[in-house]
Design a protein around this ligand. Structure first.
Ligand code: ZN
Length: 289
């Protein structure tokens, strides 16, 4: 199944669901993540995509999980066109299972979640709340309740295969609008308590629409177009070259003397190499500016 996201509405309720198995696997491969890191990064990237689906076309957002656990900072950038990129500071973390599950909460630790919304030319807006459990979904739900004062429910899940690859990943995000009916919310809450976890729903073959059909069983739902999702980093050799220019002549001369430079993109782990000739050319470009 390809990665995708679907939007839906029920009376007084807005909902989004996503299947993200392939892009989480791409992130795992790019960053060489151990299972608990794949789970934490995969949940954060999926959460960022679900929140970004609620933005206007030219907007984007960054979710930053800043905990004191062994994983260090986790960052994901997502846009409403379905693109996402992300990284975890320490992808090589191994912790014992907790009740048979990956201990994402302990790997993240306590700290804060920061969500920054980029709205075109205007100043970006960042909101923060304390982490509730470090399990990511609960932390995003708490952020939405406190910072945006919208009753929400977020579920995120990543299943890891015995060979440590990504078996299934996905999530959903539900928001109650001010005109939501009490009966519908009670029905929804009952469903949410009884449903299998979202990662198991994906693993059993449900697509994003199927996930929301399960969550909204017994309620009328309208579905909208499906959006393709992908891991996509905006870095390029040209951008890295501009970054090198911004370091200044002294730094470039030192690099040229060393014979080579390697710049690694945090977000996608792509490595850009520059040899002496290339560095000298960049230095020349800087000096003629
Ligand atoms: Zn990159």
């Amino acid at each position: 199944m390809h990665d995708h996201l679907i939007r839906a509405t029920a009376p007084g309720i807005r909902a989004f669901a996503a299947v993200t198995t392939k892009l989480v696997e791409e992130a795992r491969r790019r960053h060489d993540c151990f299972p608990v890191a794949t789970a934490a990064l995969g949940r954060t990237m999926t959460g960022a995509l679900l929140l970004a689906a609620n933005l206007k076309t030219a907007e984007s957002l960054t979710v930053r999980i800043s905990g004191n656990g062994p994983l260090g900072e986790i960052v994901a950038d997502a846009a409403p066109d379905g693109s996402v990129r992300g990284y975890v500071r320490n992808p090589v973390v191994d912790l014992p299972l907790h009740n048979g599950k990956l201990d994402v909460g302990r790997a993240v630790g306590s700290g804060h979640i920061h969500i920054t919304r980029f709205v075109g030319l205007k100043q970006p807006f960042t909101g923060s709340t304390a982490l509730v459990s470090g399990e990511i979904a609960e932390d995003i739900t708490q952020y939405l309740t406190v910072s945006e004062q919208t009753p929400s429910s977020v579920a995120l899940g990543v299943l890891i295969a015995p060979d440590t690859s990504t078996l299934a990943a996905g999530g959903f995000f539900i928001q109650a609008l001010p005109d939501a009916e009490e009966d519908a919310l009670i029905k929804l809450e009952t469903n949410l308590r009884q449903n299998p976890s979202v990662s198991h729903m994906v693993h059993s073959g449900r697509d994003a629409k199927g996930i929301l059909e399960t969550v909204f069983a017994g309620l009328p739902v309208n579905f909208y177009d499906s959006l393709d999702l992908r891991f996509n980093c905006q870095c390029s050799r040209a951008r890295v070259q501009n970054m090198l220019i911004s370091l200044g002549a002294e730094e470039l001369k030192a690099m040229t003397a060393e014979g080579r430079a390697e710049v690694c993109c945090h977000f996608c782990n792509e490595k850009y190499q520059f040899n002496t000739t290339e560095l000298a050319a960049i230095l020349k470009l800087l000096q003629t500016k």
